[in-house]
Design a protein around this ligand. Structure first.
Ligand SMILES: *[C@@H]1O[C@H](CO)[C@@H](O)[C@H](O)[C@H]1NC(C)=O
Ligand SMILES: *[C@@H]1O[C@H](CO)[C@@H](O)[C@H](O)[C@H]1NC(C)=O
Ligand SMILES: *[C@@H]1O[C@H](CO)[C@@H](O)[C@H](O)[C@H]1NC(C)=O
Ligand SMILES: *[C@@H]1O[C@H](CO)[C@@H](O)[C@H](O)[C@H]1NC(C)=O
Ligand SMILES: *[C@@H]1O[C@H](CO)[C@@H](O)[C@H](O)[C@H]1NC(C)=O
Ligand SMILES: *[C@@H]1O[C@H](CO)[C@@H](O)[C@H](O)[C@H]1NC(C)=O
Ligand SMILES: *[C@@H]1O[C@H](CO)[C@@H](O)[C@H](O)[C@H]1NC(C)=O
Ligand SMILES: *[C@@H]1O[C@H](CO)[C@@H](O)[C@H](O)[C@H]1NC(C)=O
Length: 529
């Protein structure tokens, strides 16, 4: 029987009509989409000529946009060749993981789909480093000391390539970058002058070691707190997801617009220079928010790249330099400490596979860009490079961390600090401080910090005077370089024996948990008695 008893010939008429209309619409649509198919095929915005793709053993991932349901084939031509076809395009996006390619080039990378193609030329394979943070990462090579000498060198490094994301914010996680500030480029004085000095110098110094291509991806923005670069997941872990409490900059706005779109690319590691903006904004949470951001980036890049970017990719950062001379504001020293998850050095149990360039001994009183922007970025980058060689590339015998205490012995007269390595010491009356307390309890409110002069030192130890603690109180904690601007340029009291690496700031309580540094004898109890 026909529908609701309608005559058979009537049903057929409706059928025919519907079929005709559907056919008509299909013809119109396919004519329309048939034209746009050609335009639809493209790479995501950060793929370009002169780029560096991640070398073997990882697989470089390439992605872009294409006509729904079609498949995109990538042809790699150069020192080796490959043809790899994507899975069908879903929601307009294709993704191809290349077979691992050894360092070198140049290659052409061509995407082909339904007779149209797009080609990237002069592509190299090497290590890709992401450079993030705020204004000291943004700080351009043209602004540093000896800028003209540095820029003159740039053309000697044609295998260090640079790319910079445009500055944009978003309320939602974006698939692709909104804009590109500086497309992938072969370095020239002009290109490098506008590029991040720390990022460029790091890449150039690493190239001197690695002797294969290095790709540098700059994605940073001045004045920004860590919350802006963190996903909602990471913020939630630290109780920073309450919009009421985050008036300054919108949480995740730069994560959404400037990091999330990069997740599908394979990278080797990241370097980071940020924290100034948190010295008076959620400062006490930075010991949570910074390590949480690192963990979250690692997880997200690993997933986004189809498990090619390492789940524990190396993460290097710069410990804050200096801002205000003679201030008693503890914003900077507190952030420096929090940058290490309150341990004092990295890597540590909370922050694995990280490395840190200490920079508080590189102040710049007369910086035309403000004292918060010291112009010596060469030493900063050099110290980062030492950490990268040891931590990111596993090079043996590279000293990259300055002296840190592993044993502290205190009496009524003195506090003796023994370092984990030979030290070079200069006298100081006040860079060390002790906390005097009448209770055998951690130094806290109600106790006070007083300067502890260096009385003497030898190859590995420093003896401090404890006489400034009025009896019956005793020294219950000791700290080093706990101020914004503790010393002059490369003139802090404690360095490594070779005077390359400054001893980082520390704060050690006598009555709280033990201090353990990987590589030091476990039976050494730094609290001592
Ligand atoms: C890449 O393409 C350019 C322009 O078509 C061509 O001149 C060059 O030889 C190609 N290089 C390789 C390695 O295929
Ligand atoms: C890849 O495809 C191109 C063009 O179809 C062909 O000339 C080349 O031999 C193929 N290479 C490999 C490694 O399959
Ligand atoms: C972080 O630092 C704050 C302030 O110094 C402290 O109260 C808190 O316990 C620290 N949190 C962690 C996870 O170390
Ligand atoms: C890119 O990474 C994001 C975030 O991890 C993921 O959701 C998305 O599926 C990835 N895109 C492709 C094409 O794999
Ligand atoms: C900080 O103190 C030193 C020593 O008193 C003085 O020479 C210097 O000018 C002061 N700097 C500032 C910025 O006040
Ligand atoms: C700048 O160059 C001079 C002369 O070569 C050198 O002494 C100085 O250390 C350089 N400064 C930096 C920050 O590299
Ligand atoms: C501290 O160091 C001084 C100088 O080396 C030494 O004379 C003194 O005995 C040491 N004190 C302790 C408690 O080890
Ligand atoms: C340095 O002084 C410390 C503390 O007084 C002492 O334990 C150590 O043996 C001395 N080291 C050398 C090399 O003299």
């Amino acid at each position: 029987m026909g529908v609701a008893g309608a005559p058979r010939h009537f049903v057929c008429l409706v059928c025919l009509l519907v079929v005709a209309v559907v056919c008509f619409i299909f013809v119109i649509l396919s004519a329309y989409f048939g034209c746009s198919v050609v335009e639809d095929l493209r790479f995501a915005s950060y793929y370009g000529d002169h780029m560096v793709l991640q070398k073997a053993p990882q697989r470089a991932s390439l992605w872009g946009f294409g006509p729904e349901g079609s498949q995109v084939t990538i042809h790699l031509s150069g020192p080796s060749t490959q043809n790899i076809t994507s899975a069908p395009v879903t929601e307009g996006i294709w993704l191809v993981s290349l077979d691992p390619v050894d360092a070198g080039g140049p290659y052409n990378v061509t995407a082909v789909c339904r007779g149209s193609s797009r080609t990237l030329t002069d592509v190299l394979f090497g290590d890709v480093w992401l450079c993030g943070g705020q204004s000291n990462m943004y700080f351009q090579t043209s602004q540093i000391f000896n800028a003209s000498e540095e820029l003159a060198l740039s053309s000697k490094y044609p295998h260090v390539r640079t790319f910079m994301a445009a500055l944009d914010t978003s309320d939602t996680e974006l698939t692709d970058l909104i804009g590109v500030e500086l497309p992938w480029s072969v370095p020239s004085a002009n290109v490098v002058s506008q590029f991040s000095a720390v990022c460029w110098l790091f890449g150039r110094y690493m190239y001197d070691r690695l002797k294969y291509p290095v790709g540098l991806v700059e994605s940073c923005w001045g004045g920004t707190p860590v919350e802006a670069w963190s996903s909602g997941r990471a913020l939630k872990l630290c109780g920073l997801d309450d919009p009421e409490d985050s008036p300054q900059t919108q949480n995740s706005a730069l994560w959404n617009a400037m990091i999330h779109p990069l997740l599908n690319m394979t990278i080797y590691g990241a370097i980071w220079y940020q924290g100034e903006a948190n010295a008076n904004y959620h400062k006490d949470k930075y010991n949570c928010s910074f390590p949480a951001m690192i963990d979250d980036w690692r997880m997200a890049f690993h997933q986004g790249s189809g498990w090619q970017t390492a789940p524990d990719f190396p993460f290097g950062f710069v410990q804050l330099a200096t801002y205000k001379e003679n201030t008693t504001d503890d914003g900077f020293p507190d952030i420096r400490w929090h940058q290490t998850a309150d341990v004092g050095f990295v890597s540590n149990l909370r922050m694995k596979k990280t490395f840190m360039a200490v920079a508080f001994d590189l102040p710049d009183k007369t910086s035309p860009y403000g004292t918060i922007h010291p112009r010596d970025k060469q030493d900063v980058a050099h110290r980062l490079t030492l950490g990268a060689r040891a931590v990111a590339y596993g090079e043996k015998g590279v000293a990259f961390a300055g002296p840190f205490p592993y044993r502290i012995v205190s009496t009524d007269e003195s506090v003796n600090i023994t370092y984990d390595q030979p030290v070079s010491v200069a006298p100081s009356k006040n860079i060390f401080e002790i906390c005097c307390s009448e209770r055998k309890a951690p130094c806290g409110p109600g106790s006070s910090w007083v300067p502890a002069a260096i009385l003497s030192w030898n190859q590995t130890s420093v003896q401090l005077s404890a006489s400034s603690c009025p009896r019956p109180s005793e020294a219950t904690a000791v700290r080093y370089a706990w101020s914004d601007w503790p010393c002059g340029f490369k003139a802090c009291p404690v360095y490594s024996a070779a005077r390359i690496l400054p001893a980082p700031p520390f704060l050690i309580h006598k009555y709280s948990g033990p201090l353990k540094r990987p590589g030091t004898p476990p039976e050494q109890d730094p609290r001592g008695e």
